[in-house]
Design a protein around this ligand. Structure first.
Ligand code: BG6
Length: 369
């Protein structure tokens, strides 16, 4: 059932191009417009949405953070991401004009379910982004937008994460299309670019030999830091979470801009740091700013492992290792940049002789609060 792979997680990482492609499948009409009929929420209700709140736990919450940047940019609707277990008890500001989007692979996470029920009680419109047909959360929601990642068996989420991000992009572009007006980006142009992403994920997967080697050399590492900015920030958080879950190594993700406000104190000679570099075409000179972060930590002796786009030569003087990903538009980059971090965590866990599919103390779906 592992399809020739030693672990489910390896199989599921390899299935990622397919998971994203299947999630995008059949969501556009002949003219290239998005059609999310399955949402079955009247268009005027969606047009009236004034705020979006995303509720989720763990990896799904990081998918939600990627979604926040994309949905806000495309729709100009304010988006908030709440950990589901915090949401309910925070006296949340939610009404009929709030779209509460839950994200859950299993559709059974109790914390997320309770958040959705609470949102419904407050009158919100609820949409479930879910990978499991007929599970509880989509049944308890006004509408469901299914990810088509296929069953995910390994406890640490990989392909479901990418599919969740893809589904949230669809939702954001659909809301942008419905609301009309001047788009920050033409939804059809983004869709076109999104359809090219599965092949690019496959390309990233073909380039993973060096990442596996780095992981093997780092089996004795005690702590690893991850830096990212904008949509690269949740990627950094996810890279750190994967390493905690799979290799039981202390790992932290930071927003790169926060470095000088504290975390740089952690840098000592030999400290491994992964840096997710925004593409050179990212607005607001974020690329240059992250490159200068790499320079700063390198000067303090950090071992810099840089994830950068093809052709980005600016990182080279400060990188001990460069892991390359193909070009895509800035907001879509997480679908590519997270893959090396997943592969790294998996191979570090394997190098330590740990159980990749069933890490200690964790369960695939947590059905208690
Ligand atoms: C955790 C799982 O307990 O629940 C994580 O170990 C997962 O992998 C999180 O991200 C949320 O799960 P779900 O099914 O709601 O996406």
């Amino acid at each position: 059932e592992k399809g020739g792979y030693p672990t489910f997680m390896e199989k599921e990482i390899e299935e990622q191009p397919r998971a994203v492609a299947d999630t995008l499948l059949g969501r556009t009409d002949a003219e290239g417009n998005l059609s999310l009929d399955e949402l079955r929420i009247p268009e005027e209700k969606l047009r009236a949405v004034e705020r979006v709140t995303i509720v989720a736990c763990g990896t799904a919450a990081y998918a939600g953070t990627v979604a926040k940047y994309a949905i806000e940019h495309w729709t100009r609707i304010p988006v908030e991401v709440a950990l589901a277990h915090e949401f309910r008890y925070s006296d949340p500001i939610v009404d009929e004009r709030t779209l509460v989007v839950s994200i859950s692979q299993s559709g059974e996470t109790m914390d997320t379910l309770m958040a959705v029920k609470h949102a419904r009680d407050l009158g919100a419109l609820t949409v479930s982004v879910c990978n499991t047909l007929g599970s509880t959360i989509p049944r308890e929601s006004d509408a469901a937008l299914y990810t088509h990642a296929g069953p995910e068996i390994a406890v640490a989420s990989t392909k479901a994460f990418l599919a969740q991000i893809a589904a949230c992009y669809l939702l954001g572009l659909y809301l942008a299309q419905l609301r009309g007006g001047a788009y920050a980006e033409d939804p059809q142009a983004v869709m076109k670019e999104l359809h090219d992403v599965p092949d690019k994920i496959a390309e990233v997967l073909r380039r993973m030999d060096r990442v596996k080697e780095i992981a093997r050399f780092m089996a004795d590492t005690r702590a690893v830091l991850f830096l990212g900015r904008n949509v690269g920030f949740p990627v950094a958080l996810e890279g750190a979470l994967k390493l905690k879950e799979l290799a039981y190594i202390h790992a932290e993700g930071f927003a790169a801009g926060e470095l000088k406000h504290g975390p740089i104190a952690l840098i000592e000679p030999g400290q491994p740091v992964f840096i997710v570099v925004p593409g050179p075409d990212t607005p607001h000179e974020l690329h240059r700013k992250v490159v200068s972060n790499i320079q700063e930590i390198r000067a303090r002796g950090a071992r810099t492992i840089v994830i950068a786009q093809d052709g980005d030569t600016d990182v080279e003087p400060y990188a001990d290792e460069v892991i390359r990903v193909p070009h895509t538009m800035p907001l879509l980059q997480p679908l590519l940049t997270v893959v090396p971090l997943q592969v790294f965590a998996l191979h570090l866990s394997t190098a330590k002789g740990l159980d990749v599919d069933q890490p200690r103390n964790l369960a695939k779906s947590v059905t208690v609060e």
